[in-house]
Structure formats: C-alpha cells, structure tokens
Design a protein around this ligand. Structure first.
Ligand SMILES: *[C@@H]1O[C@H](CO)[C@@H](O)[C@H](O)[C@H]1NC(C)=O
Ligand SMILES: *[C@@H]1O[C@H](CO)[C@@H](O)[C@H](O)[C@H]1NC(C)=O
Ligand SMILES: *[C@@H]1O[C@H](CO)[C@@H](O)[C@H](O)[C@H]1NC(C)=O
Ligand SMILES: *[C@@H]1O[C@H](CO)[C@@H](O)[C@H](O)[C@H]1NC(C)=O
Ligand SMILES: *[C@@H]1O[C@H](CO)[C@@H](O)[C@H](O)[C@H]1NC(C)=O
Ligand SMILES: *[C@@H]1O[C@H](CO)[C@@H](O)[C@H](O)[C@H]1NC(C)=O
Ligand SMILES: *[C@@H]1O[C@H](CO)[C@@H](O)[C@H](O)[C@H]1NC(C)=O
Ligand SMILES: *[C@@H]1O[C@H](CO)[C@@H](O)[C@H](O)[C@H]1NC(C)=O
Length: 373
C-alpha cells in the first residue's frame, strides 16, 4: 500500500493512544500470546529500591520466547543488584537513556563498561554480572532469553516476573506516567545478600565474592579495551560476554523498502540460534510500497527514535519512542517510517527473524546512516 503525504499528516496528528477502539493497543501486557502494542510507561511497574521495573513483553505474552524489561531509576552510589549469574538465561543490556555501568566476569576475564545511550552489553550463560545506575534519569532496556521453557529450573512459566515479584517491595503505577518515583529514598536499591542467595530456583546464583573493578578509564577497563574509540566485533561464539558501543558494531545496508541500516547486537551465532537482537534505522518511506513481513518466530519492536508505523490485523499503529509492539509468529504485517529518521530495537525469536533476513539480503556498510540519494 502507498500512503500519501495527506494520510501521513493525519496519522502523525493522532494522539499516542490513537486507536480508541483498537484491539491491539493495550495498557497492560496480556497474559497470553496475541498481537499487541503498549505505550511507553503504561505497564504497571515493580519497585526494587529506587528502581522501577516494567515488562512490555513477558513469558506469558511471548510463550517464553523472551522477556523485555525497562528499568527506570535515578543515579545511585551502590550497585543496582548484587553480583550474580544465570545458568540458563542469556541477558542483554541496552542503554535507552542516561548512563549505567555494567560489569561482567567469565573464565577470569573481568570487564566493565559505562554505557551511554545506544550502547549494548551481552551477558551469556554463567557470566557473573552486576550494574550500577549512574545518571539521574536513566532507562535500561533488558532482553532475557530463557534457555527453553521446558527447563526444570523454572519455578513457573513466568520466570522473570516471578523473580521480580519475589524481589519487589511494591507495585508501581503513576497517574502522571512518571518514569520513577523521585521521592523514593536512596539507600536500599539492591535486595540484600540473603534474598539474592535464596533465588537459585529462579536461575539467579549469587556471586557475592565478586568485587567489581573500579579502574575504568574513559568508561572502560581493562585498559586496552576499545570503547567509543574503534570497531567492536560481536563475540565469535555463544559463551563470551561482549560490549558494542553505539554505531561501532557491524552494520548492514538494506535497500528493501527504502534504506534501512541494520546493526546487530546478537545474531544466531551469539545466541546459538535462539534469538536475534538488532537496531534498525530507516528512512522515510517514499515512492515504494512497504512489503509484507511474516516470520515463524515471535518478535517485538521498541521505538528508540522517530515514529514507527505498523500495519497488522487490519489496524494501522503509530508508535513513538519507548512504545513496544509485539508480533506473534506467523502474523503478517508491514512496518515503515513516515518521518525522516526512525530507529527501533528489534528482538526476534529463533534464527530467522526480520533482522537476520534483512542482513542476508543487505550489503556490509560502514556508516550508521544511509546514502544521500
Ligand atoms: C468506538 O466504539 C464506540 C462504542 O462501541 C462507538 O460509539 C464509537 O463511535 C467508536 N469510535 C470510533 C472512532 O470508531
Ligand atoms: C553453566 O554452569 C553450570 C554449573 O557449572 C553448568 O552445569 C552448565 O553446563 C553451564 N552452562 C553453560 C551453557 O555452559
Ligand atoms: C539455546 O536454546 C537451547 C535449547 O533451549 C539451550 O539448550 C541453549 O543453552 C541455548 N543457548 C543459548 C546461547 O542461549
Ligand atoms: C503486585 O501485584 C501483583 C498482581 O496484582 C500481586 O500478585 C503482587 O502481590 C503485588 N506485589 C506487591 C509487592 O504488592
Ligand atoms: C588486554 O590486556 C590483558 C592484560 O591486561 C590481556 O590479557 C589481553 O589479552 C589484552 N587484550 C587485548 C585485546 O589486547
Ligand atoms: C569462545 O570464544 C572465546 C574468545 O574467542 C574463547 O576464549 C572461548 O574459548 C570460546 N568458547 C567456546 C566454548 O568455544
Ligand atoms: C516520487 O514520485 C513522484 C511522483 O510520481 C515523482 O515526481 C518523484 O520524482 C519520485 N521521487 C523519487 C525519489 O523517486
Ligand atoms: C508458525 O508456523 C510454522 C509453520 O507452521 C510453525 O512451525 C511455527 O511454530 C509457527 N510459529 C508460532 C509462533 O506458532
């Protein structure tokens, strides 16, 4: 389909929860698999110290394909969680806004990076890790991929939500949609060691002997790390932690539906075929028809910049920054941008998602932006 400027202007003028009678827009995440879109800050949060955790995609809403988490908090002088590892969950950290520090340790290699907006850190199985929120208005995005919901370790199908329920002191909702509570006291952002140590049933193994290194220079340690100074490669296997600074990772240029620059953080190589995670930056759709997409695995988009249009199930959705759309496997949809620069985070189940497919048809590219003509 082709959308003229006139329709574009009308769509752009609709309020964020535009489809008043939409069956796709929700204000709480469904507890079963269905297509849905949820506005930023809409989902009820959980309180852990000063941190607010929201779950735009959960185990039940994705049939355990993956969980998508947003964490909002002010800066803290203490760790956001005590050091721990997961044996069967692959965890991914992405900086949506603000600044946080992430530490990883595996096989004696101790790494740390300070992540600013757009930076990524990958935490494979059995990696000791911890983080600290640094800036006053920080939003971390987490993607956690279960090792398979048949795992005997899961206390229930809803691993992460149950875990966070176990840790949370209260539920959070704000009629003003404040990202976090600015009046929350600053002293106990992390659950105590005794609680962390009791969480093995949730695949959380406390590593309380681990001491995070404090020698980061220019946001990184060890001293020879490349961080915002040169290219970051993805790990060559599914067991190595790694970090990718914004726009310093691998890049591909697709000419399908106009220009799209795909920057993978996780490909089937790093996830052993279990999921993929990329940013996709696209130009304004002009003179082409957005082609229909359909993938066997579940997928989600979170808008990072601009405005993403998604057409599915007879509805046309307009998503702005922080909004999330969940697209069940085998759902036909189109997606495109009607503004000059739109960037999304894309998460796909399995080894054949949208980002992996686009990369297969794209060319290697050395810029985060597309050609001028
Ligand atoms: C939405 O649904 C209500 C009740 O079903 C109806 O009265 C209203 O006209 C609908 N609005 C739109 C914009 O379709
Ligand atoms: C993680 O560590 C546990 C305990 O040592 C081990 O059984 C498991 O195989 C490890 N997982 C991976 C993916 O290496
Ligand atoms: C991928 O999924 C398989 C099957 O659920 C699991 O055994 C394996 O540990 C996972 N690997 C990674 C790297 O996530
Ligand atoms: C938060 O809400 C859930 C669902 O209503 C409830 O099960 C849970 O007990 C609440 N948690 C707290 C700490 O109040
Ligand atoms: C970085 O330095 C450490 C020792 O400080 C060394 O073990 C490691 O191989 C170095 N890495 C690179 C990429 O040079
Ligand atoms: C994964 O790659 C790292 C870095 O190249 C290497 O040190 C490690 O031995 C590899 N692990 C496996 C299981 O292949
Ligand atoms: C788009 O289509 C219009 C009308 O057909 C044409 O005038 C214009 O040159 C086209 N633009 C591009 C970039 O192809
Ligand atoms: C989509 O359809 C394929 C082929 O029938 C099937 O293997 C796959 O499990 C389906 N995906 C979902 C999420 O149901």
């Amino acid at each position: 389909m082709h959308y003229s400027r006139g329709i574009a202007a009308i769509v752009a003028a609709l309020p964020a929860t535009q489809a008043l009678n939409s069956s796709i827009w929700v204000d709480q995440v469904p507890n079963y698999v269905r297509p849905y879109a949820i506005p930023h800050y809409s989902a009820t949060g959980l309180v852990i110290g000063q941190q607010i955790y929201r779950f735009p995609v959960t185990g039940p809403s994705s049939d355990n394909a993956f969980t998508l988490i947003s964490t909002n908090a002010p800066g803290s002088t203490s760790l956001g969680v005590l050091p721990h590892l997961h044996e069967v969950h692959y965890e991914n950290f992405f900086n949506f806004r603000g600044r946080f520090q992430l530490w990883t340790e595996k096989d004696g290699d101790e790494e740390t990076r300070i992540l600013t907006q757009g930076d990524y850190g990958g935490v494979p199985h059995n990696t000791t890790h911890t983080f600290q929120i640094l800036d006053p208005d920080t939003e971390m995005v987490g993607v956690i991929q279960p090792g398979g919901f048949e795992s005997i370790i899961f206390a229930s199908a809803d691993f992460e939500r149950d875990l966070f329920y176990a840790l949370a002191s209260a539920n959070y909702s704000s009629p003003t949609f404040s990202p976090y509570d600015p009046s929350a006291v600053a002293d106990d952002s992390s659950p105590p060691a005794s609680v962390i140590a009791s969480l093995q049933q949730f695949d959380v193994y406390a590593e309380l002997d681990y001491t995070p290194r404090t020698d980061a220079v220019n946001g990184a340690a060890p001293a020879n790390s490349t961080w915002h100074t040169g290219a970051n490669a993805l790990a060559t296997n599914d067991s190595t932690p790694y970090f990718v600074a914004k726009d310093y990772g691998p890049k591909y240029l697709s000419t399908e539906n106009g220009y799209q620059v795909i920057q993978p953080f996780v490909t089937p190589v790093q996830s052993a075929g279990n999921f993929s995670l990329s940013t996709i930056t696209m130009d304004k759709l002009s003179n082409v028809t957005a082609s229909e997409q359909n993938f066997a695995g579940h997928a989600a988009f979170e808008v990072l910049e601009g405005q993403l249009m998604v057409s599915m199930e007879g509805e046309l959705l307009s998503l702005l920054q922080g909004d999330v759309v969940f697209i069940p496997g085998n759902t036909t949809y189109t997606y495109y941008s009607l503004v000059a620069y739109t960037k999304v985070l894309h998460i796909a189940q399995g080894a054949e998602g949208l980002d992996t497919t686009l990369i297969a048809g794209a060319t290697s590219w050395d810029s985060p932006v597309w050609p001028t003509s």
